[in-house]
Design a protein around this ligand. Sequence first.
Ligand code: TXA
Ligand code: MG
Length: 315
Amino acid sequence: MTRHLDPDETGLKRAAEMLRRGGLVSFPTETVYGLGGDATDDAAVARIFEAKGRPSFNPLIVHLPDAEAVEAYCVMDDTAQRLASTFWPGAMTLVLPIRPYAGISKLVTAGLDTLAVRVPDHPLAQALLRETALPIAAPSANPSGRVSPTTASHVLAGLAGRIEAVLDGGPCGVGVESTIIDCTGVTPALLRAGGLPAEAIEDCLGKPLAPPPPKSATAPSAPGQLASHYAPKGVVRLDATETEPGETYLGFGPLGADMNLSRSGDLVEAAANLFDCLHQLDAMGAERIAVAPIPDHGLGRAINDRLRRAAAPRG
Ligand code: TXA
Ligand code: MG
């Protein structure tokens, strides 16, 4: 059952406690309601994708209380600093180089070496971030393919029974998602138009933003759209029931394998392990990777989508 929490001290404490225990809590931001989970907890992040019914693992935005907290996880150059001091807290997300060993689940970044971060300007979001002292990963709190929620009842209409609670802060002021700026290149690029007008950002920078790359994060649901998605160095073969000579076997379920996504055949656990396994296979120097069949339902669809991309011919 999904609890409806009032925006008072009790509600806030409950929400924070649920998040600290790996639960999922929807909370208001000034843009839209987020579906929050502990960004350092692989299983919590896997459950976010499961609750949304996402057919693929798009990287998620991590929410933090201020720019100082962001610096613990990301590298901020002068441009990022200027944007942060001008527009945070607010409806702007920055994509920044992630610090190695930052402790953020690889499922949050989809294995990328960048992290999308935002400092929301909503008193409840701020209070929750400070109360938990956790980086909170939160996509919009809607089932995949549906519109973003701007009230607690929108959230419940889509996700009741799938998350622990919704913290009700009334309607969101901005009502559209944050503007996403990629700060990892020479010129900052607009990845998604949103609640903060791009013109305001260009005024602050004193120069135009680069346009979104043709294969961009604005349409990440189409296969292969997010060009920078992480792929292992080795060649990947899917639906392998046994290995050929020279292959490293990535298993699923109770079978003998070099590495296993989930010995018990649990899709949530498999999702939580996926990117970490791919990184470990790289670290092992695996040149040919055979992957066991993964059931194509629930989180299995997202796992298979990701594996198909990993197995696709490289450009
Ligand atoms: O206003 C918002 O941004 C809301 C609130 C809850 O903060 N969140 C939100 O999250 O809209 P979501 O998951 O629905 O959209 C996040 C977008 C996706 O298009 C994703 O591809 C992009 O951010 N993104 C996340 N990390 C990225 C990265 N490292 N590089 C490029 N794009 C990234
Ligand atoms: Mg969304």
